[in-house]
Every structure is written in structure tokens, then in C-alpha cells.
Write a protein that binds this ligand. Sequence first.
Ligand code: SF4
Length: 366
Amino acid sequence: MHVYIHVPFCARRCSYCDFAIAVRRDVPSAAFTDAVLREWAGWQGHEIWSGSSAVETVYFGGGTPSRLDPGAIAQILERLSTDRPLDPDAEVTLETNPDDVTGPAARLWRSAGINRVSLGAQSFDPGVLAWMHRTHSSEQIGAAVAILRDAGIAELSLDLIFGLPGALGRDWAADLERALSLRPDHLSLYGLTVEDHTPLARWTARGEVTPVDEDRYAVEFLLADRGLGDAGYEHYEVSNYSLPGHRARHNSGYWRRAPFIGIGPSAHSGWGSNRQWNLREWAAYQRAMAAGEIAVAGAESLDPAAVELEELYLGLRTREGVPVGRLPPETTRAWIGAGLAVTAGGRVCLTTEWWLRLDALTAASR
Ligand code: SF4
């Protein structure tokens, strides 16, 4: 079982972000804890547990979970591990923004059970960070890494965004070099997409911003693939790289279609062919939880063809690909002939160039 907890609070909205967030100067940590623990209680006895007993990973995502009172994180983890056995080597991740990382906070996170931190760096260029409306400075990224290591956080991941508008003059190679100098265990690299209802969408609609062209997007994607590969990182999923033995186990659970419980506003849950998702807005979610109602906003059951397609799509995003038998032989032959895929150990895997197209296609379809 994998558990995701969506913490929606942010200090301000980043220019590209369309996530379900609530901008708050003061984070209502007690109200949040109360709401998510009520929802968690509602999951006990659910059929989702029929095939899984222990929790293998917990992921606090957002929003900005590092803005939550560390005591709230401890309280939530304590309840989870009281109600359900947590694997002795469970991966417990906290997404953080660099400006929230202080020595005392990091030590409290560690003692609460956090053993992996995903740090939202995005760029080391001060002009780019300002354009993105990020709340942290470039220097705070390196400082946060040092503090987290000093506090005993075993696993560190950095998020970076590529494919920025050319007019920003962002030096992607320099950003990759800065990231590598910190030697994180894991890196997630996401291409910038223009999402509706964001400042970036407005700037683009007004002609003030021209999105990156396909060529530059490809150059940056392939530069990262080569540069990180040379530095010893494995490109194990379209957007993810790790040092050997440091893959993200939580996300790997999604790609394997393991059962997952999503708690908090907008969180999704899935098991077998079932999918459901929560009310998107924090206020509505909190009201429902306080009134003893359910937080579910919608649900669907995938038919066998949709399940198969999902397995195929998720499998092809990973370095392991899918078993040869999952694709018609003529498709596999055509893909190999066109240099889009290779077979190894009875599995079909997409090449990096085809991953690039998959990434661009996914970005375009969002
Ligand atoms: S901190 Fe993350 S979740 Fe919050 S607005 Fe920025 S990108 Fe979105």
C-alpha cells in the first residue's frame, strides 16, 4: 500500500502552477491534521486493504508540505503507523521548498519519521526563480541540502524545470551542473507546460511570453539524459533519474499500479480498476470532513481495455518497459525498425528519443 497526503498550502502561487493549492500566510496545521485523520479513519475497513496489509511508502505532497507544523506531520505519521503496520524500511517523503528548511525543522521532520526529502529547486538562476514567482533564492537550495544531510535525512531528491521560454536566457547546462554539484540521490526533471488559469497562461495569451520551441525542448531533454548519465545517474523513468539503488519507491508504486490511498483535497486513490478523487478545494474538503461526510468528488471504474492501456502506458514510461507479449509482434517489430524501441530480457523498452516524444505528447495533451 502507498499513501499520499496532499497538503495544499503555499505562500504564493508560482507562475506556472495549476495545482490544487490554498494560498495562506498562516497554515491551519491543526485543522488540516484533524481533517486528514478523519479521512484516514474512513479508509479503515475499506476493501482496498484486502490485498495489502503494510504501508510501503508515505508521501506528503502539495502544495508545500514543509509549511505544515512539523508536529502535525509527526501526529499524522504516528496515527498511520498505529492503525496500519508501516514497513520497517518504509520510504517516507516530504516535499519541501528550500526556504522552509531550517535546522530545527529538519531535525523534527527526521524524528517524526521522514527519511526522504524532495526539494523544489526548479532553477539556480535568480532571474528565473523571480519569473517563476518562487519564494526561495538560489543560495537557499545548497543551504537546504546541507541542513537536511546534517539532520540525517537519508535520501534527497531535487526537482528542476526545463523547457523554459528562450527569452529568459536560462542556461540549462549550468543549472544541471549546479544540481550535480550537490550530488542528490535522485532528480526529477519536468518540462514546463502552459496550464490554463495560471499567470503563465495569461502572459502567453497576451503575447508577452513565447513558449519554448520543440527543438530547444528536445535539446534540453537530451542534454539532461547525457549529462546525468555521465554523472552516474540512471534515467529510469521519463522524468526521473537516480543514483543506483535510489529510485523513488512511491512513484514506482504508481507506475506498477499498486494500490494507493490519496488523502487531502484533490487527492486521487486507486486500486485494481477503481479510481476516485477528492473535493479539490481545501475549504470544501475541510467542511465535508468536519461534517462527517465523505470527501469523494468523483469515481470511475476502468474497463479491462482501459486497464490494459494504462498498464502499457505506465510501463513504457519506465526503463523496464513492458513484457514482449503485451504488444502485437508487428508493433514491436515496427518500433524496433524505426529505432523507437529495443528488446532485452523479454521486455520492450522505448529509447530515450521516443521517451522525449512521449514526454512532449503528454505535456501537449494536459
Ligand atoms: S510551491 Fe509548488 S504547489 Fe505551491 S504554487 Fe509553487 S509549484 Fe504550485
